[in-house]
Design a protein. Structure first.
Length: 145
């Protein structure tokens, strides 16, 4: 068996005569990937939506791991992401805004900023892959409870 931390394998299979794919990773449920009309049928996530989800969950995983090691009690945790696309082709993202919302007691913005820098520089491989190509801004909304 291959160590998933060293090698990842995926499969996409065309599902229709347009751009609808099923994406599979061994051991997980398939996901639907499509493109917007007129090229696709809007039957699933677009590739860029999946990238935003990947970046958000990568940052979220790092932040939550660090916060839990600091014995911080997390009541709610959400990351909203917005990708701003270039006008010309390829219409990739020029900027991504991540808005981290945390409900907790005893968490400061300074702590979150420090942990975010650590995630960006060392622990989040998705962020590492886009660094230097896409500007990523992170805002925090801390709800004390």
């Amino acid at each position: 068996m291959t160590d998933k931390s060293k090698e990842l394998k995926t499969t996409v299979t065309l599902m229709n005569n347009r751009l609808h794919f099923n994406g599979m990773v061994e051991g997980n449920a398939p996901i639907s990937i499509d493109y917007t009309p007129p090229l696709g049928d809007n039957l699933g996530y677009t590739s860029l939506e999946l990238l935003l989800l990947s970046l958000s969950s990568c940052l979220g995983s790092a932040l939550l791991t660090f916060l839990r090691r600091m014995d911080k009690h997390i009541i709610n945790f959400t990351i909203h992401s917005t990708g701003f696309r270039k006008e010309s082709h390829p219409t990739s993202f020029s900027r991504i805004l991540l808005e981290v919302e945390v409900t907790s007691s005893g968490i400061t913005e300074a702590e979150l900023k420090k942990l975010t820098r650590m995630a960006e520089e060392t622990y989040c491989p998705v962020w590492d892959m886009i660094r230097g190509n896409v500007t990523v801004d992170v805002n925090f909304n801390i709800i004390i409870r």
